[in-house]
Write a protein that binds this ligand. Structure first.
Ligand SMILES: [Zn+2]
Length: 72
């Protein structure tokens, strides 16, 4: 218990974060790297590609009611 706070480590390079202004990264360099990873991850969609649009199931609009047929 020395009272010394554990210095956070940069998630990018693992170095000690000396400047709290760039926390949680050790510097602007690693911050940009992390930003790039985010952008790349957002552009690259995980998972299988979307299936091609298929035609909707055929809906028979003919109701079958012969309205034009005179009922005599
Ligand atoms: Zn770093």
């Amino acid at each position: 218990m020395n009272g010394k706070p554990a210095s956070p480590a940069c998630p990018i390079c693992g170095h000690e974060v000396a400047d709290p202004k760039t926390s949680p990264f050790c510097g602007a360099r690693c911050r940009d790297i992390d930003l790039g990873r985010w952008l790349n991850g957002s552009y690259r969609m995980p998972g299988p590609p979307a299936p091609p649009p298929t035609a909707p199931p055929e809906t028979e609009q003919s109701d079958g009611s012969a309205a034009d047929v005179p009922s005599s």
